[in-house]
Design a protein around this ligand. Structure first.
Ligand code: HEC
Ligand code: HEC
Ligand code: HEC
Ligand code: HEC
Ligand code: HEC
Ligand code: HEC
Length: 499
């Protein structure tokens, strides 16, 4: 045992716990300095490096530093209790004593450096947790579907946080609290599959979407052209062109975007957590006039619903998939055939592709194996002549289908087009028809929320390719298979999006 004279610091510092703390701190601090430099010059491109540098190591550093005073306390208590081999001394600070001066100097310098590092560190950590990589890639399995869809969407360059968090400290804190909970759940592999939608505590669109978009200024009409291929041997092609009036109504009072607080405010109550069944709707005009519409089976025909169930309609109620779009098979296949990436000359290819994309697979890996197998099997046995002469076309189509599957269906997370329906439109999920089904009626009157096809879009061309009818003033919808059921039934009663 050394005597007091040989010590640079108070004797209390000489104990195993403090030693461990000092060693750990020096080690981590050196590592941190190195990683920090690396990350600085690499511009934060390496994501796991970021995680280690800004989240994990600082935690270890704090632990190391805590061990130092803990060791001191521990030793002091031993001394106080008069445990053997240790000389009893009262704890005091005296600047006249060199050991104390040294200790204080080290403490001040050490703390300053540490505070400085923490400030820079937290700043970087803040940026790091705001980054798309942090949100989308780090929680790879969980967020994989949302991230994949996002990268291919029109918002692929908008940061996750700009829609999910927005500006301001309160939302930052709220999101980090729920984010921390999610990280724990992810590490414990205790999360829902799929992640629930809608996001019930999403920030109001007013403060996110509207930072970039100003629908009040929209006055345009969108020109929709779509090609559909029907399920028959020769995949008959059906054309459709319509004008969708997205105008805002800021000055005119018409158009889809009149919904958004411009012409009137809309409030509604959904009966299910996914907001797919809407039973009560209230429209409040700019003059304050109110109209209430209820569905035939509504609970709220006589008494209004409780206030906490009522939601004010905003962008997200229509644009619920502005970036995480999981497209339905019918859409994927029609588009690919229109572009020619799947050759429409392959017999039965529409039907076969839908089949391949609608089947259940245990994993994406299984899909990428089974899709080409099933396709070759079908053509080899059912259309052998075509198979013999055009194998390359079939292989190419199989590759395309696998690719579409990989980007839009995620068996591991149980995510598909029908688990996350898009509320824009009405073909494969109720969408606009959640209210516009012609059956949401105002009490004691004939007024309904309109299902009239012309109130939202005007069909200007339709029919089989090469023999379409055209009329700029609008045509009555003709169903591609000639049926008339669409007049009475909802489109999604028959249309599932797959087979
Ligand atoms: C353009 C705005 C926007 C951007 C950018 C964005 N999201 Fe979303 N996100 C949404 C909307 C809107 C919803 C659905 C809200 C609803 O229906 O309630 C959503 C839903 C989600 C959900 C819930 C599950 C689901 O699919 O509905 C997750 C998880 C998610 N987003 C993760 C991310 C990640 C990770 C990123 C960045 C890689 C990101 N988001 C970027 C707007 C956005
Ligand atoms: C940081 C800015 C930003 C935010 C926030 C943002 N957007 Fe966008 N959005 C854009 C840009 C830029 C485009 C145009 C992309 C293009 O044309 O390539 C766009 C395009 C769109 C489109 C047209 C997509 C298409 O298929 O052409 C819709 C719809 C849309 N945004 C809705 C939303 C909604 C809903 C939200 C809120 C959940 C939102 N945006 C939030 C920047 C933003
Ligand atoms: C009543 C439903 C509804 C609401 C509410 C709504 N939109 Fe739209 N919006 C549409 C439809 C329908 C389109 C046409 C695009 C389509 O069919 O994909 C559209 C188109 C757009 C486009 C593309 C316009 C273009 O000319 O390409 C943007 C951007 C957009 N909306 C932003 C918003 C924002 C921001 C909000 C909220 C302030 C909002 N929308 C609210 C239904 C709605
Ligand atoms: C929550 C219910 C609800 C949903 C969902 C909804 N709407 Fe509406 N919409 C209304 C109500 C209510 C009115 C009538 C407002 C009034 O007359 O005061 C209306 C009116 C309209 C009008 C004006 C029609 C006319 O004849 O005056 C258009 C256009 C429109 N909606 C488009 C859409 C589109 C497109 C979608 C889907 C993307 C959609 N709406 C989804 C409730 C809804
Ligand atoms: C409340 C507004 C509204 C009404 C009413 C409405 N539609 Fe639509 N419809 C839309 C919107 C919005 C889209 C665009 C969806 C998209 O962006 O893919 C659409 C898309 C379509 C499509 C293309 C579908 C696809 O996925 O390719 C067809 C066909 C169609 N509508 C037919 C009709 C017919 C027929 C009626 C009358 C029974 C009708 N619509 C009534 C809003 C409406
Ligand atoms: C009674 C069932 C039924 C109803 C209701 C119905 N459809 Fe269809 N629809 C079909 C069938 C069957 C086909 C042919 C599918 C095929 O050949 O692959 C079809 C094909 C289509 C196609 C071509 C789609 C594709 O897969 O490429 C469009 C577009 C379409 N229908 C629009 C509508 C619209 C819009 C409505 C609602 C206004 C509607 N349908 C209502 C049964 C229905």
């Amino acid at each position: 045992m050394k005597t007091g004279k040989e010590h640079k610091f108070s004797k209390l510092f000489y104990n195993a716990v403090t030693y461990a703390g000092v060693m750990l701190s020096i080690l981590v601090a050196t590592l941190e300095a190195f990683l920090f430099a690396l990350d600085f010059f690499d511009k934060g491109r390496n994501l796991y490096l970021g995680l280690i540098t800004y989240l994990i190591l600082p935690g270890v550093l704090v632990l190391g530093l805590l061990l130092i005073p803990l060791g001191v306390l521990w030793k002091k208590r031993r001394i106080d209790r008069g445990l053997p081999n240790i000389e009893l001394r009262r704890f005091r600070v005296d600047l006249a004593i060199p050991q104390h001066r040294n200790a204080i100097l080290v403490f001040i310098v050490g703390t300053s450096v540490l505070v400085l590092m923490s400030v820079i560190g937290s700043y970087k950590a803040f940026h790091y947790t705001e980054s798309v990589q942090f949100c989308g890639v780090l929680c790879h399995d969980v967020m994989h579907p949302e991230y994949t869809a996002y990268t291919q969407s029109p918002h692929g360059r908008v940061k996750c946080v700009e829609c999910h968090i927005g500006e301001g400290a309160d939302w930052y804190v709220r999101s980090k609290m729920s984010g921390a909970r999610q990280v724990v759940k992810t590490l414990a592999r205790n999360y829902e599959k799929p992640i629930h939608t809608p996001v019930h505590n999403l920030r109001p669109a007013e403060e996110t979407c509207k930072q970039c978009h100003s629908p009040g200024k929209f006055f345009s009409t969108l020109d929709f052209r779509r090609s559909y291929f029907l399920s028959a041997e020769d995949n008959p092609r059906w054309e459709m062109r319509m004008l969708l009036n997205v105008g805002s109504g800021e000055n005119r009072g018409y158009g889809v975007h009149a919904h958004m607080n411009l012409d009137h405010d809309i409030y509604y109550v959904a009966d299910d957590g996914r907001r797919q069944k809407i039973s009560w709707v209230k429209s409040v005009g700019k003059d304050g006039a109110e109209k209430v519409f209820t569905s035939p089976d509504s609970k709220y025909k006589d008494a209004p619903p409780p206030a906490d169930l009522i939601r004010k309609m905003d962008c997200i109620d229509c644009h619920n998939r502005p970036t995480h779009q999981f497209l339905a098979p019918y859409r994927l296949v029609n588009d690919a055939m229109q572009r020619g990436t799947i050759d429409p000359a392959i017999p039965f290819i529409k039907e076969r592709s839908l089949e391949a994309l609608s089947a259940d697979y245990a994993s994406g890996e299984e899909a990428s194996r089974k899709i080409p197998e099933a396709l070759s099997e079908f053509y080899r046995t059912k259309v052998p002549d075509f198979y013999a002469s055009h194998r390359d076309k079939i292989d190419k189509a199989a590759g395309q289908i696998v690719d579409m599957h990989r980007h839009n269906l995620f068996p591991e997370m149980k995510v598909r087009w029908d688990t996350h329906p898009d509320n824009i439109g009405h073909l494969v999920s109720p969408g606009c028809f959640r209210c516009h089904d012609g059956e949401h009626r105002a009490a004691g009157s004939d007024r309904v929320i309109s299902r009239d096809c012309k109130s939202c879009h005007v069909i200007v061309e339709q029919g089989p390719a090469g023999a379409t009818e055209k009329n700029i003033d609008g045509l009555e919808f003709r169903h591609p298979d000639g049926g008339e059921e669409w007049k009475e039934m909802s489109c999604n009663d028959c249309h599932t999006g797959g087979t």
